[in-house]
Design a protein around this ligand. Structure first.
Ligand code: SAH
Ligand code: F3S
Length: 442
């Protein structure tokens, strides 16, 4: 990028951690060119919308935002708007015809080409860069990790599963694992940078394997956990069927692997799981949970649930509540089923009435709130190392996370001018709410 007319950029991010990391990658490339971030879209010369298409609502949001950012073009001719992320991959050319003022479309597998695309736009071309090229630009030195408390490392991209509700295999492409030496190199780079928490990312993170087949995710966990300076290691998202006993063992072996695991179950009914093509039963899920709890007593589990999946009966739904009661998740991300283009589930019989699905969603939230209040109350009096993640709601307060990933608010008067972002502060839990804890530094 040569012209110095582009000075400020603004990126809005929706969706999963992979999008968060893609945003850091785009910001880094722009900052290497001397551009600076701004919090005001109205001031930006370049606006990037890093979108999510996993549910219809998320997709609608990005289009309505595009509509409202277009007006900046009237007062700032020359400013550019790019659609990035999963909606970009899915819509491609269609996005350009739908939104006249859109300058370019950049899919998630082409993030490394951002600067070229901007240059091409300058030369007059409205580029659609989507698809999944074999050779990818991935420059770890140009990732803007500033203002982050955890170092995220993609270890596997895309997804080869065919869950019948999910659009991700289409937007993120086929599964590709990075090599262990690349991954360890990036983790060491983050440790040199001062990060104490490392988060390994992938749509099915535990399906990682060395491209030549010589190592699996258990080996990778072992290798990363052994690196000096890794205080906290976490990874997301694990696919239940791919979790092996050797992976479970790593929780017992390495205390720096966080006592927390996100393990999406989606439903508590075998019939529904079958129609979702998840490839495991409720009994197998329970078995995995009990192995994990033996390996690491007190491990906090979180999950994803979909309610109102086609054919879900009241009985199926009650089975989901039953599963939530038995497992007692530390947190639950529950969603109403949303039909997505190109997936198999919209063609299934017995689509669920949206009002019924709404009611079921509320019932999950209510149950889960009670469970979380109880679980969190049991933590009162305990001391945790809290990783500081941001300012709190009131002056002098900061927010952070326990090793088990619970949100903690704590007063930190002494360092009030400077946020100790990314540092560990030991603190004792004083109060518990369903969604957060209040603690005092010790
Ligand atoms: N492996 C991915 C899953 C991506 S989708 C990951 O890294 O998280 C995240 C969650 O969104 C899924 O676990 C599922 O619960 C939910 N989801 C996906 N498609 C959905 C749909 N069509 N309707 C409602 N929820 C959906
Ligand atoms: Fe989606 Fe299933 Fe893959 S939820 S991301 S298709 S594991």
């Amino acid at each position: 990028m040569s012209d110095d007319a582009l000075r400020r950029f603004f990126i809005e991010t929706w969706g999963c951690q992979m999008n968060e990391l893609d945003t850091q990658r785009m910001a880094g490339q722009l900052m290497q060119q001397g551009m600076l971030p701004t919090r005001e879209p109205a001031e930006a010369d370049l606006i990037l919308l890093n979108s999510c298409s996993v549910r219809e609502k998320a997709e609608q949001k990005v289009y309505s935002r595009l509509g409202s950012y277009r007006r900046f073009k009237q007062t700032r001719p020359g400013m550019m708007i790019g659609l990035c992320g999963c909606v970009a991959q899915e819509a491609g050319e269609r996005a350009l015809s739908r939104v006249q003022d859109l300058d370019f479309v950049l899919g998630p597998a082409r993030v490394g080409e951002l600067l070229d695309i901007v240059d091409q736009r300058r030369a007059g071309e409205r580029v659609v860069a989507t698809g999944f090229p074999e050779d990818r630009d991935y420059d770890i030195d140009s990732i803007s990790r500033d203002g982050e408390y955890k170092g995220m490392v993609t270890i596997i991209e895309g997804c080869d599963k065919k869950c019948t509700f999910c659009i991700v295999p289409m937007t993120r492409g086929p599964e590709r694992s990075r090599s262990m030496s690349d991954i360890l190199g990036e983790v060491r780079h983050l440790l040199d940078y001062g990060f104490v928490e490392i988060e390994l990312l992938g749509q099915t993170v535990n399906h990682w394997c060395e491209p030549d087949g010589s190592a699996d995710f258990a080996d990778l966990l072992d290798a990363v956990a052994r690196l000096d300076g890794v205080e906290r290691l976490r990874f997301v998202t694990s696919y239940p069927r791919d979790f092996t006993p050797r992976m479970v063992e790593q929780f017992a072996r390495h205390s720096n692997i966080c006592p927390y695991l996100h393990l999406p179950v989606q439903s508590g009914s075998d019939d529904v799981l079958k129609r979702m093509a998840r490839g495991y039963t409720v009994a197998e899920y329970h078995e995995l949970v009990s192995l994990l709890r033996q390996a690491r007593p007190g491990i906090a589990l979180s999950t994803d649930l979909i309610v109102g999946f086609p054919g879900e009966t009241e009985r199926d739904f009650q089975a989901t509540l039953e599963l939530a009661r038995e497992i007692r998740f530390a947190s639950v991300y529950a969603f109403k089923y949303s039909p997505r283009p190109g997936t198999a589930a919209p063609k299934l019989p017995d689509q669920v009435d949206p009002e019924v699905a709404d009611r079921r969603l509320q019932a999950v939230f209510e149950l889960q709130s009670e469970i979380q209040r109880d679980l969190n109350r049991q933590l009162v009096g305990e001391v945790f190392d809290v990783l500081v993640t941001g300012w709190g709601r009131r002056p002098g307060m900061v927010t952070g996370r326990t090793p088990c990933h619970r949100v903690v608010h704590l007063p930190l008067e002494s360092t009030a001018e400077r946020l100790p972002l990314g540092q560990l502060v030991p603190a004792r839990v004083e109060h518990a709410y369903p969604h957060s804890l209040i603690a005092n530094p010790v």
